[in-house]
Write a protein that binds this ligand. Structure first.
Ligand code: MG
Length: 265
């Protein structure tokens, strides 16, 4: 049959016959009572801190950091100085935004060029390195979890341009007897490019021995490394991450009108 209109009786009846079994099957309900997610106002751009972020460096000073007075702050930028800087506050699961720029002109090569690092909980390093046309061992280039995995791709901008890291961190959990209950996971987006996707860490990231987990508390500081290179940082903020909260008030069920049918588990 030919129908010139989009609302064609033949098509409508076909559509209803397709949908009918779905409608008759009722609605799935999880039985979980969810709390309303808190409202967060996003920044003007996704690089700007949302309303619930803790600004660790907004361009003025490094007062949020221990040892901050030994680094240089100039024109809204923090430049690596003597020794690492460590946040005064501690964090567990979190979202961290940080921008960094490799020195110009580039100096040195391999691990000696624009080396710094973002340490979650003071011990798990996301490598910062000038990896623009600068070969080194792959699990030591920018975006690597140092000595554990390279980034999936090299998304580096040239020296002098700003790089962004958006780091999504799941802290490791420990049992009461101090053994590992669950490892740390990290997702890293480098300049908008996903380079690590829920990577499971094998432990910490030292230079001299294999990674391992040593018991620590549920929170730890964020540290930025001094590796002797004047890497620049700006616009650093962090959000503690708490998943949505709900309680299973009844088993899952199907609701069809007044009829409620528990789902066989
Ligand atoms: Mg480093």
């Amino acid at each position: 049959m030919y129908c010139s209109q989009s609302i064609c009786p033949v098509y409508l009846s076909l559509l209803f016959s397709l949908l009918a079994p779905v409608v008759r099957a009722g609605e799935y309900l999880s039985g979980i009572r969810w709390q309303e997610p808190p409202v967060v106002s996003p920044g003007e751009t996704n690089a700007q801190p949302p309303s619930d972020a803790i600004v660790l460096f907004g361009g003025d000073d490094l007062s949020q950091w221990q040892n901050g007075d030994r680094w240089t702050v100039r024109d809204g930028v923090a430049i690596v100085g003597k020794g690492q800087i460590v946040t005064k506050q501690e964090f567990g699961d979190c979202q961290l935004h940080i921008e960094w720029s490799a020195p110009v002109p580039p100096k040195g090569k391999g691990q000696g060029r624009g080396n710094s690092g973002v340490f979650l909980m003071g011990r798990y390093e996301v490598q910062v390195l000038d990896s623009y046309e600068n070969p080194t061992y792959f699990d030591g280039q920018a975006g690597a979890i140092y000595k554990q995995t390279p980034p999936a791709v090299n998304a580096m901008r040239p020296p002098g341009q700003w790089n962004t890291y958006d780091i999504f961190w799941t802290a490791p959990r420990f049992n009461e007897d101090r053994s590992l209950a669950s490892p740390a996971y990290v997702t890293v987006v480098h300049n908008g490019v996903l380079v690590l996707n829920h990577f499971e860490l094998q432990g910490d990231t030292p230079f001299t021995r294999p990674p391992r987990y040593d018991y620590h508390g549920p929170k730890g500081p964020i540290a930025l490394q001094d590796h002797g290179d004047p890497v620049q940082f700006r616009n650093i903020w962090v959000r503690e991450f708490k998943p949505a909260v709900g309680s299973q008030e009844r088993p899952p069920y199907i609701r069809d009108g007044d009829k409620e049918t528990p789902i066989e588990q």
